[in-house]
Ligand binder design. Structure first.
Ligand SMILES: *Cc1c(COP(=O)(O)O)cnc(C)c1O
Length: 425
């Protein structure tokens, strides 16, 4: 890479672990030096060297309208002139909450928070408070942010005992998190049979997007709804990625399943730090000051973030062809990737969420995702990057398409895919 970037990365590493504020940004999974971004517009990011890239990370999906959308920037700019934070209620928080409930009817009552991590952590606290039970079920390969109880993995003693997946997570926390296999209802049923009256909730990404994209098998989400209901546990959809991406009402609209609680992040703040948890009114009324579950936030419902969020959601709501159009574009890319790489790859796609796995096996859960050839992905990633296409720097992340990825941008991407295939042979 170029010199300024090398210098910046070396310097950043002196100040921040790995030189970054979130691990995946360090390019550790693909090697070499990360791109240092200076600005972004539409489908493009521009680095500190003045190089231009077509961006398929899109702030991990948040930028569904493309970078620096004029209307969103105008809304945020207008808001920030009136002060950055008050620590008191505003009309805009109410407007955003109403807009969310309009688009996602299951969100009868909700709370605005600052990150997806906070949203899932709080939703789980609510589920525990409401059911009076301590244990939770999560799926191997699903990511729900970095709170203690969610940073666990299956232990060697089988799926019923979880162990910390990070140093610093007490073993006692992990004890309360049970691990099931994605797309395997029997693994969920088995956990409930063994812990029938201690499981508070099941938390799931309705379309898994943090082990690469893995769609729910037919009947999987319906099965989760049925099992949780039968055992008096809550079903939490973590729609931090899928929310406002797969449909105006998220995965729950697409698959017609009503969870008890849901979490949103990424898109809902239009690129600002804002996330949401909520669901059934009867359940959410347990949150303080109405009820006994405590949750708070100094900057929650921030006036600039809510302005960006409202404008983003309004644009998503009002454009009737938007979801079909971004899905079409993603489909084209998926088809080109498949035609070009043939049996070398498996493409998983739901709407505008997609992953290309370098594997010959069907990818339907964490185990099958792990079979992907990460070295080959790294090769693909760098060859694309050299051609000005910025993909997720890991095999196990999704590729995000935005409204701003227009025909010319797609054609340039397709050209690059074909050149890269020739180079990799
Ligand atoms: C990104 C993500 C989170 C965590 O959100 P942060 O804002 O990074 O804390 C939680 N769940 C899912 C499904 C995510 O993709």
């Amino acid at each position: 890479m170029l010199r300024l970037t090398e210098e910046l990365f070396a310097k950043s590493k002196e100040y921040m672990p790995g030189g970054v504020n979130s691990p995946v940004r360090s390019f550790k999974a693909v090697g070499q030096t990360p791109v240092f971004v200076e600005r972004a517009k539409g489908a493009h990011i521009y680095d500190v060297e003045g190089r231009k890239y077509i961006d398929y990370v899109c702030s991990w999906g948040a930028k569904i309208l493309g970078h620096a959308d004029d209307d969103v920037i105008e809304a945020a700019t207008g808001a920030l002139k009136n002060g950055l934070s008050y620590g008191a209620p505003t009309k805009r928080e109410c407007d955003l909450a109403a807009l969310i409930r309009d688009m996602v009817p299951s969100m009868e009552m909700l709370r605005l928070v600052n990150s997806g991590t906070e949203a899932t952590m709080s939703a789980i606290r609510v589920a525990r408070g409401y059911t009076g039970r301590d244990q939770i079920v999560k799926f191997r390969g699903c990511y729900h942010g970095h709170s203690d109880g969610l940073l666990v993995k299956a232990g060697s003693g089988g799926m019923t005992s979880a162990i910390p997946d990070s140093l610093g997570v007490p073993k006692d926390y992990a004890k309360n998190t049970l691990i099931a296999e994605y797309n395997d209802l029997r693994s969920v049923e088995a956990l409930f049979e063994a812990h029938s009256d201690t499981i508070a909730c099941v938390i799931v990404e309705p379309v898994a997007a943090n082990m690469g994209v893995v769609p729910p098998a037919e009947g999987f989400l319906e099965g989760l709804r049925e099992i949780t209901k039968r055992y008096g546990a809550l079903l939490i959809f973590d729609e931090v990625i899928t929310g406002f991406r797969l449909a105006p009402g998220g995965a729950q609209q697409l698959y017609q399943i009503t969870p008890d609680l849901s979490c949103f992040g990424k898109i809902v703040g239009g690129g600002m730090p804002l996330a949401v948890y909520g669901g059934k009114k009867e359940i959410m009324e347990i949150v303080s000051p109405l009820g006994g579950v405590y949750q708070a936030g100094t900057l929650s419902g921030n006036p600039v973030a809510t302005a960006a969020g409202i404008k983003t959601l309004e644009k998503l709501r009002d454009n009737k062809t938007l979801y079909r159009s971004i899905e079409e574009k993603t489909k084209v890319l998926a088809e080109v990737l498949k035609q070009t790489f043939q049996d070398e790859v498996v493409i998983n796609r739901v709407g505008s969420l997609m992953s290309v796995f370098f594997t010959t096996y069907e990818v339907k859960d964490y185990r099958t995702a792990l079979r992907a050839d990460t070295k080959k992905y790294a090769q693909f990633f760098h060859a694309m990057l050299r051609r000005g296409i910025y993909l997720a720097p890991s095999q196990f992340e999704a590729m995000f398409v935005s409204v701003a990825h227009e025909a010319e941008v797609l054609n340039r991407t397709i050209e690059a895919i074909r050149e890269v295939k020739a180079e990799m042979n």
